[in-house]
Ligand binder design. Structure first.
Ligand SMILES: [Zn+2]
Length: 87
């Protein structure tokens, strides 16, 4: 069996992680995500990766936002990395 380690609830949280970083969520939604991250190690690992990625992009592109195509490519790479790591 090669079922993903994450549940439907996890997928919901991960989808919102991007908005969470951009501060596009309400306080209630942000709290829900934080509480999930504190209880769910796979999602917390993913969140740490995302956070590191953000800092990297900001440092490299301080004057301008990263192109959407670059972001998508990075997201795809991160997703693959997480899946491989969770094996
Ligand atoms: Zn989770």
């Amino acid at each position: 069996m090669s079922e993903p380690a994450t549940s439907a609830a996890c997928e919901h949280i991960l989808e919102q992680l991007y908005q969470f970083h951009d501060h596009e969520l309400t306080e209630a939604e942000a709290t829900e995500i934080r509480e999930h991250l504190m209880a769910c190690e796979p999602c917390l690992d993913r969140y740490d990766v995302e956070q590191a990625l953000r800092l990297l992009i900001r440092r490299c592109c301080a004057a301008q936002a990263a192109p959407e195509t670059l972001r998508m490519r990075i997201r795809t790479t991160v997703t693959r990395t997480v899946i491989v790591t969770e094996g």
